[in-house]
Design a protein around this ligand. Sequence first.
Ligand SMILES: NC(=O)c1ccc[n+]([C@@H]2O[C@H](COP(=O)([O-])OP(=O)(O)OC[C@H]3O[C@@H](n4cnc5c(N)ncnc54)[C@H](O)[C@@H]3O)[C@@H](O)[C@H]2O)c1
Length: 274
Amino acid sequence: MEGFAGKVAVVTGAGSGIGQALAIELGRSGAKLAICDVDTEGLAATEERLKAIGAPVKADRLDVTEREAFLLYADAVKEHYGTVNQIYNNAGIAFTGDVEISEFKDIERVMDVDYWGVVNGTKAFLPHLIASGDGHVINVSSVFGLFSVPGQAAYNSAKFAVRGFTEALRQEMAIAKHPVKVTTVHPGGIKTAIARNATAAEGLDAKELAEAFDKKLANTTPQRAAVIILDGVRKNKARVLVGPDAKILDVIVRITGSGYQRLFSAVAAKAMPR
Ligand SMILES: NC(=O)c1ccc[n+]([C@@H]2O[C@H](COP(=O)([O-])OP(=O)(O)OC[C@H]3O[C@@H](n4cnc5c(N)ncnc54)[C@H](O)[C@@H]3O)[C@@H](O)[C@H]2O)c1
């Protein structure tokens, strides 16, 4: 893909799924990679694949919830490559549970990784992106940042928050005339390990939920997702919808307004185990 050659790109959560596919597609397109994850085994696999392509790669263990470590990491990437052009705030986790049976700690954990991880990454890298003269922040939300579904209040909160944060940032960069583009990504169901890595409230069967997600909802490959995301980044889109399901759901929500809630709760009650 054109437009990425020589660019320094940071990808969080690069040890699996969408992050791994993004890193590899960026490497194939001539970018220099800084990849990070808490899963060092998955990260090493991505690093190996990038080396096989011949892409420059710096791989580090980083927990996106650790703000001080993230700030030091941003400086280390700048030091290593001399500049930083793009950050893909992609790392994320999932959790299922109605509000009534979810514990505060479960909701906080999802917000810590999926929302604060994105804020930490954006803030840590923003000065470097501005200084690069050609920066881009790419924050991964979800279709669950466009509408809510039962059992996903924690994840919905984090993904709606990512969307709010990122859409404000895009406008701020334009007003300040900073050379930083900003894109929010809303994937539909992607065939990754997310559901298998997910947790659930007590009494729910996380394995059964993961199987239902993998079988019924995950239709797009991570490779296809990466190509769609990078095409949107190249075109400086404000919003990238990933997969046919994301596009259809977005239209339904816009047409029905708040009426989607009645529709989706009926479908969710039938489709997902509770
Ligand atoms: N798969 C989907 O259907 C889907 C749909 C919409 C949005 N998303 C979003 O896409 C992003 C990528 O998810 P995926 O589907 O590739 O899942 P995945 O589980 O395959 O990969 C997520 C990666 O993030 C890493 N990670 C988790 N917590 C971390 C932390 N605290 N610090 C650093 N790394 C951490 C994991 O180790 C893993 O390697 C997430 O933000 C997810 O919410 C996924």
